[in-house]
Design a protein around this ligand. Structure first.
Ligand SMILES: NC(=O)c1ccc[n+]([C@@H]2O[C@H](COP(=O)([O-])OP(=O)(O)OC[C@H]3O[C@@H](n4cnc5c(N)ncnc54)[C@H](O)[C@@H]3O)[C@@H](O)[C@H]2O)c1
Length: 368
């Protein structure tokens, strides 16, 4: 299959793993150019991963060979960079969240549709072996009909390790917009789309002191809720609960559990690609570890970009697509709106459940 040329915009903290996988793991991808506002980062990335072109954003977008733009900028820039890419005739795959506002998210989908282009968004972790195994277990009936789920992401934020942690506490940040996409995308993939949500939010610590380098000692004014408790009513009738928090010093909670009519499923960390996966069935009152059935159990970030490349070449659907990302974006806003308005929020959007990945794929490929 003819390779798909990719241009990467944003050479910060997360770019390393994408650069590695897009240049070394996925056969269908060829990284042609890298860009960033900071040229020192661009040059370093190009040199380290042997990428032919280290250039400005404008130059990257003007390159007629580039078919997919991978947008790894910070959330506040996601929509603007995606829109520029679409207007330059490029398909675009963006880190999460798709956009900060629902309006921007919708605009991206509409622009792509009107131009016959694809939009995709992280997370693509649900395409990893861990969650694909869970999907197979549910589809094969191991826990019966899913009736409920829980999800917990509790930590104390990112100012102790991230060199530029401000964006995590500004509009479009907070634990729901930062980590929620992993949990919600995994849940939608396993349980289907959501009909309505409600929630409560708060800011426990209005100021955050950075303890990472190089900004050690700087104070961040927190502008977004840092503890969100949400309830989801899935279209299939199941009820999900979720807590995402940057306000918790320690917790001993599971990541995601799904409770079915015949048993329970313990889903691995949706911010990773592997296991472990456990099942408890009603007739056998103990947890059994289930061997992971699918590939891509190591950090395979970029698998969604490769999946988009296959979609471009074959005309099939891609899994981490804009409709799924927009549905997740709307769910996240729904929790915040419901808390502000003290009511349930009815989702306007829905999405298709992405197809399962085939088993026994050759490393570096996604289709048989
Ligand atoms: N750091 C992580 O562990 C992590 C994990 C998963 C996802 N993400 C997501 O990845 C994205 C990037 O996060 P990061 O941690 O790499 O941030 P970062 O601040 O380390 O890097 C972002 C880069 O984008 C560049 N940039 C910003 N605006 C730009 C613009 N308009 N045009 C061109 N370049 C621009 C910055 O100069 C910077 O180099 C975010 O959306 C984040 O949610 C991060």
């Amino acid at each position: 299959m003819k390779k798909v040329k990719v241009g990467i915009i944003g050479c910060g903290n997360i770019s390393g793993i994408y650069l590695k996988n897009c240049t070394q793991l996925f056969d269908i991808l060829e990284v042609k150019a890298v860009a960033d506002l900071k040229m020192d980062r661009v040059r370093k990335a190009a040199e380290e991963y042997d990428i032919p072109k280290a250039c400005s954003v404008e130059e990257l977008l003007a390159d007629p060979e580039i078919e997919i733009v991978l947008n790894l900028t910070i959330p506040i820039a996601h929509a603007q960079v995606c829109l520029a890419a679409l207007e330059a005739g490029k398909n675009v795959h963006v880190e999460k969240p798709l956009a900060i506002t629902r309006e921007d998210g919708k605009k991206l989908l509409e622009t792509a549709k009107s131009r016959g282009l694809l939009v995709g968004a992280a997370p693509d972790t649900f395409m990893g072996g861990g969650i694909q195994t869970c999907k197979k277990l549910i589809e094969d009936g191991w826990i019966g009909k899913p009736a409920a789920s829980t999800a917990f992401m509790a930590c104390h934020g990112h100012e102790s390790w991230h060199p530029d942690p401000e964006f995590y506490y500004k509009k479009g940040g907070g634990p729901m917009f930062d980590m929620g996409p992993y949990y919600l995308t995994a849940l939608v993939n396993l349980m289907g789309p959501v009909k309505s949500v409600t929630g409560s939010t708060r800011i426990t610590f209005p100021e955050r002191v950075i303890t990472s380098k190089p900004k050690y000692g700087s104070v961040i004014d927190v502008e977004t809720p840092t503890h969100i408790a949400g309830v989801m009513n899935f279209e299939n009738g199941a009820i999900g609960t979720i807590i995402t928090s940057f306000d918790v010093w320690g917790a001993q909670l599971p990541r995601i559990e799904i409770y079915g009519t015949e048993g329970s499923l313990s889903v691995p960390d949706p911010n990773g690609f592997g296991g472990p996966v456990y099942v408890l069935r009603k007739d056998k009152n103990e947890w059994m570890q289930i061997p992971v059935t699918h590939g891509y159990t190591d950090n395979s970030r970029g698998i969604g970009v490769a999946d988009m490349a296959y979609a471009l070449r074959t005309g099939r659907k891609h899994r981490s697509n804009g409709e799924l990302a927009y549905h997740v974006l709307e769910i996240m806003h729904g929790f915040h709106d419901a808390s502000n308005d003290m009511k349930h929020y009815m989702l306007e959007s829905t999405c298709e459940i992405p197809d399962a990945l085939p088993m026994n794929l050759l490393t570096g490929t996604l289709d048989k």
